[in-house]
Design a protein around this ligand. Structure first.
Ligand SMILES: Nc1ncnc2c1ncn2[C@@H]1O[C@H](COP(=O)(O)OP(=O)(O)OP(=O)(O)O)[C@@H](O)[C@H]1O
Ligand SMILES: [Mg+2]
Length: 208
């Protein structure tokens, strides 16, 4: 059975889809990876279509499903992959709850800003209620500033399992995404690729 890694966060635009795609791409060279999109917005489906036009890239399986079919699809896909990465919609509905329940690890991207910290409470409550392992990933972290220090102090005081591996606010993510790739697959090595690889390694270690 696959290791199921669910990316969840009820706050919209936190980076769930970007992170799901990049993690899948980073792991795809060494493992059989499938992406399961349970968000009807389907941006991961578009990314995967672009990817299929680039046969040189490592293959990633893809399925999109919602509603009562989610549980069955999780079971079916996890039988045929080493790692199943699940992208969820920006709400804690029954579909997201199913994907959280099935996960070995729930990854919660959060932008380091107070509204985003507060908006994470519902997602964390569900993950805790389901007793899932959880990793909070700070995404789009700005450069050092007084505001960043204030926000970091608030995150530290919140008791959230915030990983030391963070992702910066970088154009490389949007650039790679627009080509059906992950930042680790871009022809030139970038800071984004280095931070993403370190995060991907750390998450696999926690999930196993
Ligand atoms: N680290 C980053 N640096 C720069 N841009 C980023 C980063 N992470 C995400 N983005 C951009 O932020 C936007 C929102 O990201 P994404 O679609 O992954 O969020 P989401 O949580 O899946 O949104 P939704 O809740 O609508 O599903 C996208 O345009 C994406 O390219
Ligand atoms: Mg999304």
């Amino acid at each position: 059975m696959a290791l199921i890694i669910t990316v969840a966060q009820q706050k919209g635009g936190a980076g769930k889809t970007m992170l799901a795609a990049n993690l899948a791409a980073a792991w795809a060279g060494r493992h059989r990876v499938t992406l399961l999109d349970i968000d009807p917005q389907n941006s991961l489906g578009h990314w995967h279509k672009l990817r299929e036009q680039r046969p040189a890239l490592a293959a990633i399986g893809f399925a999109a499903v919602s509603g009562w079919r989610v549980k069955g699809e999780l079971d079916r896909q996890s039988g045929a992959a080493d790692i199943l990465v699940v992208d969820t919609p920006p709400q804690i509905d029954s579909d997201a709850a199913r994907a959280i329940r099935a996960a070995a690890l729930v990854v919660i991207p959060v932008q380091p800003a107070m509204p985003d910290l507060w908006a994470s409470a519902g997602t964390l409550k569900l993950v805790t209620a389901e007793r899932r392992r959880v990793a909070v990933v700070l995404n789009r972290t700005p450069g050092k500033s007084a505001l960043r220090s204030t926000v970091e102090a608030a995150f530290a005081a919140s008791g959230l399992p915030v990983l030391p591996h963070t992702l910066g606010d970088r154009r490389a993510y949007a650039q790679a995404f627009a080509q059906g790739m992950g930042v680790t697959e871009a022809p030139t090595r970038s800071v984004a690729a280095a931070e993403l690889s370190a995060l991907a390694d750390a998450l696999l270690e926690i999930a196993r």
